[in-house]
Design a protein around this ligand. Structure first.
Ligand SMILES: Nc1ncnc2c1ncn2[C@@H]1O[C@H](COP(=O)(O)OP(=O)(O)O)[C@@H](O)[C@H]1O
Ligand SMILES: [Mg+2]
Length: 225
């Protein structure tokens, strides 16, 4: 694989079994993500974007086809090695924020560092810095229910950056935000790409959001175009 390719999907299929029926969520999707790129995967609801995102993020394995993370074919990794690699290399942002409700902002952001064996002092110091960077220095002790949608998504962005990953994956990151707040989140992603050199892959149904990326990949009926 090219040295500057971080993630590569080769003819990936994903089938889900629903009782007797089989749902073919991905039907031959390929994608190459280069280091430092900002890519948007755009397609209508139900086209397979979240499924694709789970493949790109190595959160799930394909029914058929190959997924490479840097030089590793993920099919050849033990689950524990994969989890460790994923935790170090990839940060995730979701439409519904996916924060832990009974943890405050600081604890939410510090959590991914626990799994990389960082000690308590360092976790707290790093989490605080990340929250200050997203403009939440005055919300460190707030729980998700005590924050607005935009603030929650900023906590999620800070959490995605916890282990200083090369790649940030965002699944409809503005889907639950108003236009103005959504714009701020998109601008933050662009800044992470341009100023911190993060590779960004965002999946979205929204053409306006996709315009923030430097490359747009369309997906239709489970097939990248
Ligand atoms: N865990 C699952 N079990 C069964 N079907 C699923 C599952 N996840 C997604 N699907 C189906 O796969 C298709 C693609 O879903 P998804 O990847 O969530 O699309 P998108 O994110 O573009 O809206 C849809 O038809 C959806 O109903
Ligand atoms: Mg989705």
């Amino acid at each position: 694989m090219d040295k500057d390719t971080v993630i590569r999907l080769e003819d990936v299929h994903k089938h889900y079994r629903m009782g007797e029926a089989i749902v073919k969520a991905l039907r031959g999707s390929s994608l190459k993500v280069k280091k430092g790129e900002f890519i948007a995967v755009q397609g209508p609801s139900g086209s397979g974007k979240s499924t694709l995102m789970n493949m790109i993020g190595c959160l799930d394995t394909p029914t058929k086809g190959d997924v490479f993370l840097e030089r590793w074919n993920i099919a050849n990794l033990e689950e524990s090695d994969l989890a460790q690699l994923r935790g170090r290399k990839i940060g995730f942002i979701f439409q519904t924020f996916n924060l832990i409700n009974n943890l405050n902002a600081l604890e939410n952001v510090a959590l991914p560092m626990v799994f990389q064996n960082m000690d308590y002092e360092d976790r707290m110091k790093t989490a605080k810095k990340l929250l200050v960077d997203v403009g939440l220095g005055d919300r460190l002790q707030h729980k998700p229910s005590e924050m607005s949608g935009g603030q929650r998504q900023r906590v999620a962005i800070a959490r995605a950056l916890a282990n200083n990953p090369d790649v940030v994956l965002a699944d409809e990151p503005t889907g639950n935000l108003d236009t103005k707040t959504g714009k701020k989140v998109l601008e933050k992603l662009k800044e992470l790409n341009e100023e911190s050199g993060k590779t960004i892959v965002m999946v979205t149904h929204d053409p306006h959001a996709a315009e923030y990326a430097e490359r747009i990949v369309e997906i239709k009926d489970g097939v990248t175009q």
